[in-house]
Design a protein around this ligand. Structure first.
Ligand SMILES: [Fe+2]
Length: 300
């Protein structure tokens, strides 16, 4: 129990995503929840983002009255999202250098509410083994179910999990795909509730589309899943790029919500590992080592 409380304290000192800035009308209050606590967020008329602990009676959709904003929380803007923290966050967030490349299309593809813990959602994002069965004829086909061996390591420079040389045959890898191809993936997990995927870009050989899942932990068993797309795609409309990712995520949502338990067990004996779970084993161990136990079933 002590370990769990210590873990929750550490997670609350991190930056957490609370909304896509493009989707927040200026001057309007939105109420949300972060780690079980009420949080109000807004973008002021001058573009300044705000997050604070709301006074009783403040309603979602209210006009922003900056004079009424007390108990402000720290804020930052990264990758098109508003981030805040309930504790004392560090000076920086993880980097995604590709995001700033001039020929990329960056957008929030969707924000989905899902009844699952944030660590379960990260683990599902890392798992290629489900592609042929959950994303049939898009990210996998049932005739090619095998997950080839890949590498997983912890980067000591910035303390994140990196999985490389992940290869998978995909019939429809992206909105730009013209047919099936073996796609190479690299995964990064730089934050307990954020994962980044680099995958071969069909129109730009040698470069990668970047797809991120940034999970807002609403509480230990509910998330808002934000999908950032950073694409090399000069053909598809925003609507088509978003629709592709929304279709994929809509296939994941019922799988996520049927996970039992909803929190991620950190005991390595709790669930039987297979080769496809190599990244997942590293992720669970990394969470346990950091004491990032919020949203997990900690080791007994
Ligand atoms: Fe999936």
């Amino acid at each position: 129990m002590r370990e769990q409380l210590a873990g929750a304290e550490r997670v609350s000192d991190l930056w957490h995503v609370v909304g896509a800035l493009d989707e927040m009308p200026r001057g309007t209050v939105r109420l949300t929840r972060l780690m079980g606590e009420d949080v109000a967020i807004a973008v002021a008329a001058d573009g300044r983002p705000l997050a604070w602990r709301p006074a009783a009676g403040l309603v979602d959709g209210a006009a922003l009255d900056t004079a009424g904003v007390s108990n402000p929380l720290p804020v930052r803007r990264d990758f098109g999202y508003l981030w805040t923290s309930l504790g004392q966050p560090g000076p920086s967030l993880f980097a995604i250098p590709e995001y700033d490349e001039p020929d990329r299309r960056n957008m929030n593809a969707a924000t989905f509410r899902v009844h699952v813990s944030a660590p379960r959602a990260v683990e599902n994002f890392l798992d290629m083994g489900h592609f042929p069965f959950v994303h049939t004829n898009y990210l996998g086909v049932e005739s090619h179910p095998e997950v080839k061996d890949y590498q997983v390591e912890i980067s000591h420079d910035n303390d994140e999990i990196i999985a490389t040389r992940c290869r998978f045959f995909q019939p429809m890898a992206a909105a730009t795909a013209k047919g099936g191809m073996e796609v190479e993936y690299t995964y990064r997990v730089p934050h307990p509730y954020c994962a980044i995927l680099y995958k071969s870009s069909p129109p730009a050989p040698g470069r990668h589309d970047v797809i991120c899942i940034f999970l807002q932990p609403i509480d230990e068993e509910h998330v808002a899943a934000n999908m950032l797309m950073s694409m090399i795609d000069h053909e598809s409309s925003d609507t088509a790029i978003k629709a592709f990712q929304q279709k994929i995520f809509a296939q994941d949502k019922p799988i996520l919500e049927n996970q039992i338990p909803k929190r991620l067990p950190l005991d390595p004996r709790a669930e039987m590992p297979v080769r496809a779970d190599k990244a997942s084993i590293a992720y669970r161990r990394w969470l346990a080592e950091h004491g990032y136990t919020y949203g997990t079933v900690p080791q007994g």
